[in-house]
Design a protein around this ligand. Structure first.
Ligand code: ATP
Ligand code: MG
Length: 368
């Protein structure tokens, strides 16, 4: 599967731009702030309907513009297909088209242009906060399982309502009457999230362990543990029993939530831990080990996507290679023997021989 061409109109700093791509490696070169990451963001958005930088699609619309358009020609599922998005500055919802037909849900475009983004922040994801790790996993899971995306959005909606109840119940006692309803719904949708995540992390562990073994010459054993609400003893249990586990935890923290005015319990606090030969990376990992493990996770994500969609996803490497030492660069590049890759960097350096080079200046492709 590969992106053949892309047309951007009023997307971030791209006024109007049409690009043709190589089915192999595409090197995107330009100085800082010229639009390299914006271009990767556009490709990622076209395939997933999601930006890896913002939740608000109006931010993607160029300054002083009312709308923005992204259009791509893709070779996928053994035929040529097209994807198109129109985004608006105001509250008007975006429009989404696949092969010219208007679509409503992300599920209807899933699998046409799956993509995996890898950026320098990901290299440190195992060291930084739980929120970054949740984002890292959620972005991957949303693309693997479009239904997860819908459940996650619903969970966040309910959570937002519940937060408001917890904050305002002192002034308005009547709000407490609707709290049990929100709590139940939260447990029901939360149980679904846990079920998806448990399976996702198990598959990620299996695949990442293989990459890490190769990477470390068999010296380190990579393990990943999913951490969720403490009353959940088995995240693989049937959803009905997960709902009961979540309710139990909620019940225990009912008063504490009212007192603190915060949602203290639920899978919105989930996390995962990676260990190398039993040693917790977050606490003890060296910078090199942390990076290597993160690369293994990203390659695993790519493998799971390839398995899910029966096609190699496009790989978007944003500034990541220049952050790696030559040994790790080679490991990553050697894993990319198939599929289409987009690599951004400030100078061509050692990657010049890889494939097509596209120079970007001020939101426009230039000859050099
Ligand atoms: P770096 O090498 O520093 O990572 P880059 O080439 O990746 O740079 P981008 O992140 O793609 O740069 O951003 C390029 C420019 O796009 C920034 O100067 C930013 O101000 C601008 N920009 C971001 N959003 C919009 C928008 N909605 N409308 C117009 N310009 C925007
Ligand atoms: Mg950038």
């Amino acid at each position: 599967m590969n992106l053949i061409s892309l047309e951007l109109e009023g997307f971030r700093n791209y006024p109007l731009c049409r690009l043709d791509f190589d089915p192999g490696v595409n090197l995107i070169v330009g100085d800082n702030a010229q639009g390299k990451t914006n271009l990767l963001e556009a490709i990622h958005y076209l395939g997933s309907g999601k930006s890896f930088r913002t939740q608000r699609s109006s931010e993607l619309v160029g300054f002083h513009r009312d709308f923005s358009q992204l259009q791509g020609k893709v070779f996928s599922q053994e035929r040529e297909q097209s994807l198109r998005f129109v985004l608006f500055r105001g509250p008007r919802p975006r429009q989404m088209f696949r092969n010219g037909a208007k679509k409503k849900t992300l599920e209807e475009i899933a699998g046409v242009l799956p993509g995996v983004l890898f950026c320098p922040e990901d290299l440190m994801v195992l060291k930084t906060g739980a929120a970054q790790r949740r984002r890292f996993s959620d972005l991957a899971l949303c693309q693997l399982r479009p239904n997860y995306d819908a459940s996650l959005a619903e969970y966040n909606r309910i959570l937002e309502h519940k937060s408001r109840i917890l904050k305002e119940h002192h002034e308005n006692r009547a709000m407490l009457e609707i709290l049990p309803e929100y709590n139940l719904r939260l447990c029901q949708v939360g149980a679904l999230l846990i079920s998806y995540r448990a399976r996702f992390y198990r598959a990620m562990e299996e695949s990442a362990a293989g990459f890490h073994r190769q990477f470390s010459g068999g010296r380190e054993e990579f393990t990943l543990e999913y951490k969720t609400v403490s009353t959940v003893k088995d995240p693989f249990a049937p959803v009905g029993s997960l709902v009961e586990d979540l309710q139990e935890h909620l019940q225990r923290h009912y008063q504490a939530e009212l007192d603190s005015g915060q949602c203290l319990t639920g899978p919105h606090k989930d996390d995962f831990t990676v260990r190398l030969s039993g040693v917790d990376l977050k606490t003890y990992g060296s910078q090199g080990q942390t990076r290597t493990a993160a690369i293994s996770l990203k390659l695993a994500q790519r493998e799971l996507m390839a398995r899910q969609w029966q096609e190699e996803p496009v790989l978007l490497l944003d500034d990541v290679l220049s952050e790696l030492d030559p040994g790790r660069q080679d490991f990553v590049l050697n894993q990319i023997t198939r599929g289409q890759v987009f690599i951004t960097c400030c100078e061509e350096g050692r990657f010049t021989t890889l494939g097509r080079t596209i120079h970007i200046r001020d939101g426009t492709a230039v000859d050099n």
